[in-house]
Design a protein around this ligand. Structure first.
Ligand code: COA
Length: 126
């Protein structure tokens, strides 16, 4: 997997239990993976279709670094599926814990806003 993006958890990112707010984490993953996919396929009119198996395995706190890794796992006709792994890196101890593993599917839209078979004539990057 490739490092896609990373974020330092700031106090504004916490919920009232002082853990990283799950919605913030999902937005980092969705935005980071969407940019990763756009760069891989050289196409930007994509929407998020699904994020499966979203399980928050361990909490992150202020000062932790969230690292988001990704790879492409499947090309369909209009859809592309990526796998992501988000890890908490505690910089003072070097300890890492997995937070989320998920497959995310994006769909390419045409000018009419409907799915377009972008991958019919697409050669995946090596
Ligand atoms: C994405 C959207 C245009 C798809 O429309 P649709 O009529 O359901 O499209 P289709 O049934 O033709 O499916 C399109 C592709 O999605 C895939 N797909 C459908 N349901 C899926 C699911 N639950 N999980 C993964 N892929 C799915 C289909 O297999 C198809 O892939 P393929 O073309 O590679 O074979 C529509 O559902 C939509 O606008 N969703 C909202 C997207 C959004 O707002 N996202 C959040 C903000 S970016």
């Amino acid at each position: 997997m490739e490092l896609v993006t990373q974020h330092l958890v700031q106090p504004d990112d916490l919920n009232y239990h002082n853990n990283l707010f799950g919605g913030k984490m999902l937005s980092w993953i969705d935005e980071g993976m969407a940019m990763y996919v756009m760069n891989k396929i050289r196409y930007t009119n994509i929407v998020t279709m699904s994020m499966d198996n979203v399980v928050f395995r361990s909490p992150a706190r202020a000062g932790d670094i969230i690292q988001i890794y990704g790879k492409i796992v499947k090309y369909g006709k209009s859809s592309i599926t990526s796998r992501t792994l988000a890890i908490t890196n505690h910089p003072q101890t070097g300890k890492m814990s997995a937070v989320i593993e998920s497959d995310i599917t994006y769909v390419c839209l045409g000018e009419n806003g409907k799915p377009t078979a972008y991958f019919r004539n697409f050669t995946p990057p090596t």
